[in-house]
Design a protein. Structure first.
Length: 86
């Protein structure tokens, strides 16, 4: 099982959108661990939204997930409004 997820850091007032086929809690642990990526800037990331999907290796895969990955391209303000209204 794979996941698309949204993390939120209160200290940065920022969202991070990611996807992984690892266990979601393990992936969060990696975001909170010492590393050099974007999420290394804070240690208070929490999962505010996640959705699971099955990973298929065929051309139609990207179209079936287009609505999920659309979240990657939207602004922080829209994400904030969207998450409040979930």
């Amino acid at each position: 099982m794979c996941y698309c997820y949204i993390l939120y850091s209160e200290s940065l007032e920022k969202y991070y959108i990611g996807h992984s086929c690892d266990d979601l809690q393990e992936r969060l642990r990696k975001h909170l661990a010492n590393h050099k990526g974007f999420t290394s800037k804070a240690k208070d990331w929490i999962i505010v939204y996640s959705i699971s999907y099955i990973y298929f290796l065929f051309t139609g895969f990207k179209y079936s997930l287009s609505s999920i990955f659309y979240l990657i391209s939207i602004s922080d303000d829209f994400k904030k409004d969207y998450l409040i209204n979930l």
